[in-house]
Ligand binder design. Sequence first.
Ligand SMILES: *Cc1c(COP(=O)(O)O)cnc(C)c1O
Length: 401
Amino acid sequence: MKAEELIKIEDKYGAHNYHPLDVILTKGEGVWVWDVDGNKYLDFLAAYSSVNQGHCHPRIIDAMKAQAEKLTITSRAFRNDQLAHFCKEVCEFTGMEMLLPMNSGAEAVETAIKTVRKWGYTHKNVPLDQAEIITCAENFHGRTTTIVGFSTEELYKKYFGPYPAGFKSVPFGDAEALEAAITDKTVAFMFEPIQAEAGVLIPPTGYLKKVREICTKHNVLMVADEIQTGLGRTGKRFACDYENAKPDIYILGKAISGGVYPVSAVVTKRDIMSVFTPGEHGSTFAGNPLACAVAREALKILVDEKLIENSYELGNYFMDRLRTIDSKHIKEVRGRGLLIGVELHATAGGARRFCEALMDEGMLCKETHENTIRFAPPLVAKKEDIDWAFEKIEKILTTLD
Ligand SMILES: *Cc1c(COP(=O)(O)O)cnc(C)c1O
């Protein structure tokens, strides 16, 4: 079927809750994807950092096929022989003690909310149903009704209320505002160490360390949503590692499965995770053997192929090159590892037209908010891929008026 026809059908029968670039992909391998007309593109979005290991990584696909032929799901009514390994391996990777598996990122965020609330009632004597969680302005934690309720983005929340109470908002990057917002009822501070969706916003140096100190001082749990920034995307295992600020809870998703299957998780310390008793939380698909087998292999690949180190080195190299572009449109280049934002001036006419022009050059990326282009290729990218992309980016940013 022709691309145009597919777009027509999708727009007729599919809900319009996205505004995709009109490229219809049908195949992927490593950093490359192909559309239905056989055109080849470099994927510089990596499904919002889900395919850090590259598209259709052969080891993950093999693990998936092998497990699919053995056992796919048992539900948690019974145990399966993959879950134990998955929990142990992710705990070892993160330096944590216990894991609760879920499927989507938003579900893991919801799980973290339940965890810290119950911890507050049982470990901090917060009066029942009065726990407060502090979040950041311009956060992105997912799309459930509770989560959009504490978003500050009108587009995400305006028509979907009413919303639950118990959330407070402080400016991102402002440790003093965080400390001032803490009360006896505060159970947690939940934040992204780099706000990727808000435009790859990096907090001031020292912020993560201060957050750690403030949370410890006031007995408030530090909850890092590293669904997008974790697992090597920013050039370290976690974005929090840049300041050796270890949170009490990591929320993980996206690349934990290499983008092959929806897998997410909350990992934390034993005394925190121990708040859950049987029946209080769950999900039919969470922790199924297929998910666990896929995620185990995906995690091993990050280590075996040194993708985290690659992200760090190539990210710095790429940012250095991007900063040499002499374009009237560029306001700032910022990032960590291979999570890079190029912010354009308001006069540039929005980032989207640059993404569309890059698509015509064989490069797929996406605007985040109005004026920032995010570059986040799979972490298996090589220097020559970055150089190839750089030529296109420089061309578009210097030739488009
Ligand atoms: C993508 C993302 C989520 C939500 O994950 P879903 O799998 O889309 O539900 C939450 N937090 C952050 C930081 C994300 O990037």
